[in-house]
Design a protein. Structure first.
Length: 95
């Protein structure tokens, strides 16, 4: 599992909801251009869970990194739905 940032007391940004406080010395502010499908998914997931868009992107990148790590070892991730159905998530590492 990829570790998430540790909590650092006293670091916050007014108006931004985040489950992981801002750590100016460790965080990266980045501008990206999202395709329309990604914009829609970002909005839907943020609203569905009451999270900030930053939190959704951070979680997505963490999951992506883990899937790619597993792919690099020839393994795959498995997502289990609430009804027990399993979805195998694989990726190919291209060099």
């Amino acid at each position: 599992m990829i570790p998430l940032p540790d909590f650092v007391e006293g670091h916050s940004v007014p108006g931004i909801h985040t489950t992981h406080p801002i750590e100016p010395e460790r965080n990266l502010k980045l501008t990206v251009v999202l395709v329309p499908d990604a914009v829609e998914a970002l909005g839907v997931e943020a609203e569905r869970h009451g999270d900030s868009r930053t939190d959704v992107v951070n979680r997505a990148l963490t999951v992506y990194a883990e899937v790619m790590r597993l792919a690099g070892t020839g393994r795959a991730a498995v997502i289990v739905d609430t009804d027990g159905r399993r979805l195998r998530v694989t990726a190919e590492v291209v060099s």
